[in-house]
Design a protein around this ligand. Structure first.
Ligand SMILES: [Mg+2]
Length: 243
């Protein structure tokens, strides 16, 4: 059987290259504990519950979750402590977690590194804030393996997932037909369905994260549990020699 031509592999970031869900849970837990250490007299579970409510009401990209959290709890539980100190404790603990613990899934750096030795274009299609998504690529230390012209962030393009136009735009900018571009993502509705719709070859990363049990309208061409599975697909189905 003739192998299909493949020119590019594009990736989602969150819960595809690293465990966004696990990282966020850890960073939030560290933030809440730091706020308690400087003087919030509430059980960690209660403060965490309030923080999660704040995030869901103001969105994950809102910049002042900890200020809002403090507005929501009774002032008497932190009486005598300057509220700015409490907010700073939460913010610093959150960022410290990011500096120390943000890392890609174990197999991701290895396989992306190997892909960098092939002729494939390696890129990103991600939804989210421009600065945050760019920062993740640098902090995860994965940017070095990517093709500089192939980083597509919805915030910069003005089209968000799951609009299929975002996927088409990435292929057009790379001057590639969608049929020769593989897309790897974890969200059946935002990654797989729209990429299928424009004719890309789709790979569902079913590893972790909040969309693991979600069913999309369409099936992915392939499913993987880690990037070693991806490497095998590239070799067996597309004849890509990955070291
Ligand atoms: Mg994702």
């Amino acid at each position: 059987m003739a192998r299909k031509k493949l020119s590019a592999v594009l990736f989602d970031i969150d819960d595809t290259l690293f465990s966004t869900s696990e990282f966020a849970a850890l960073a939030r837990r560290n933030a809440v504990e730091a706020m308690i250490r400087v003087g919030v007299r509430l059980p960690a579970e209660d403060l965490m519950k309030e923080l999660l409510e704040t995030i869901s009401e103001f969105s994950t990209n809102y910049e002042h979750h900890f200020d809002k959290l403090l507005c929501r709890i009774p002032p008497q539980v932190y009486a005598g402590v300057n509220p700015a100190i409490i907010v700073a404790a939460g913010v610093v603990a959150y960022h410290d977690t990011k500096f120390r613990q943000l890392a890609p899934f174990n197999d991701v750096a290895e396989v992306l590194g190997a892909l960098a030795g092939t002729a494939l274009v390696r890129g990103i299609i991600t939804s989210g804030m421009m600065t945050k998504q760019a920062e993740k690529l640098i902090r995860l230390n994965l940017y070095q393996y990517l093709s500089p012209q192939a980083i597509f962030i919805s915030d910069q393009i003005g089209i968000a997932k799951p609009n299929p136009k975002l996927y088409l735009r990435a292929c057009d900018d790379l001057r590639l037909s969608p049929g020769e571009v593989l897309y790897v993502g974890d969200n059946p509705l935002h990654d797989i369905d729209p990429a299928n719709q424009v004719g890309m070859i789709t790979v569902l990363n079913r590893r972790s994260g909040k969309y693991r049990d979600v069913e999309g309208r369409t099936r992915p061409a392939y499913e993987i549990a880690n990037f070693f599975d991806l490497k095998k697909i590239l070799r067996d189905k597309f004849g890509i020699k990955v070291a």
